[in-house]
Design a binder for this molecule. Structure first.
Ligand code: AQP
Length: 329
């Protein structure tokens, strides 16, 4: 029997997890758990590229792990751990840093976007984020990295540095492939469908958070930006209604033609109510499970410790190999 492919992905504890994180990443992690050998990571070291309150960051890290389990990450099928528990991540990032050209790093669009959002804290870590992300992935000899489409450029950089290292020093890293499921790959802000839904955006109606109460979800969807044209069809040139229809498509599992047949003549009000119903229904069991798990932090910490113990040997082996190949004692 051939071994299962290894999947790795991470998520930052930078704020409340939203529908974009869920549909673009976490839902896919959960759906594919049986098919792969899964490693998932709360990437708290990435989170400090943006200023964080230390106590809050610790709590948000545990809460996010709790939410991932509530969403369906099963510790019996997946290793879930906290990035800062394994020191090989920053150690390998340094080796990779010395093998990534400035020109390649300066092309990363996320750095440009995040610098604009945080003009008073454009730190070296923010610039260097993709090297740490490459280390996260390469340490585990990964086949696939399921992410939203915003991370495609970083995975490309990861592949390039891995290939360069293997060429220059000898075979060390498996070359990972991005796994971007088209549906849900880029959920846009409800208040502004031209920008990606994001944890750190401040608009009151920007994102649906997984812990939002039903009435809040309904209000946010009702207030979502659409346009003056009332027909309900999948048209990328009408980004507001297109975004809402894409969310409905992933959550309902229906195809585009049947969704258009169902709503095309019904107007935005009816469609928005149906979308709110489906979002609320999907989030309800996740919220219930989250509340149960939250009352047992010891259990969450145990899962995280077991996850770290399970993945540590892989990280150690890869790091030692890279260190040896590059001539570090
Ligand atoms: N809007 C989105 N649509 C689809 N997928 C998304 N992802 C993020 N936003 C969307 C995917 O979620 C996973 C975890 O993301 P992250 O926490 O590592 O960081 P991010 O991409 O920077 O997410 P945010 O929400 O925008 O956080 P902040 O505001 O802190 O920067 C990734 O797979 C990502 O693709």
């Amino acid at each position: 029997m051939c071994a299962k492919k290894v999947v790795f992905s991470g998520i930052q504890p930078t704020g409340n997890i939203h529908l974009g994180n869920y549909l673009g990443a976490v839902k896919n992690w959960v759906d594919m758990q049986d098919a792969y050998d899964n490693i998932f990571c709360v990437v708290n070291s990435h989170a400090i590229t943006i200023k964080q309150d230390p106590k809050e960051l610790m709590q948000k890290t545990i809460d996010l792990a709790c939410m991932l389990i509530a969403c369906g990450i099963d510790p019996m099928k997946s290793s879930l751990f906290i990035q800062s528990e394994i020191d090989y991540h920053p150690a390998l990032a340094w080796i990779l840093d010395c093998n990534i050209f400035m020109g390649d790093m300066t092309r990363m669009t996320q750095f440009k976007d995040k610098s604009k959002k945080n003009p008073k804290n454009i730190n070296v870590g923010l610039f260097n984020y993709p090297a740490l992300m490459a280390a996260d992935i390469l340490l585990y000899q990964v086949d696939l990295v399921p992410v939203g489409s915003d991370q495609k450029q970083h995975i490309e950089l990861t592949r390039n540095v891995a290939m360069k290292f293997n060429r220059d020093f000898g075979e060390c890293f498996k070359i990972p492939e991005p796994l971007i499921i088209k549906e849900g790959a880029r959920v846009m802000g409800l208040d502004d469908p031209l920008i990606k839904m994001s944890k750190s955006a401040t608009g009151k109606n920007h994102a649906i958070f997984l812990l939002d109460e039903p009435d809040v979800i309904l209000t946010k969807i009702k207030k979502a930006t659409t346009d003056s044209n009332s027909s309900i069809v999948f048209d990328e040139n009408r980004p507001g209604i297109y975004n809402l229809l894409c969310i409905y498509e992933v959550l309902s599992g229906k195809d585009r033609t049947s969704i258009e047949d169902e709503f095309s003549t019904k107007g935005y009000g009816v469609f928005k109510n149906a979308l709110a119903d489906i979002v609320i229904d999907r989030l309800k069991p996740i919220q219930e499970r989250y509340r149960q798990l939250k009352s047992d932090e010891k259990y969450i910490k145990e899962i995280l410790q077991n996850g770290a113990n399970a993945v540590l040997p892989r990280a150690r082996d890869t790091y030692n190999k890279a260190k040896d190949l590059i001539g570090l004692l």
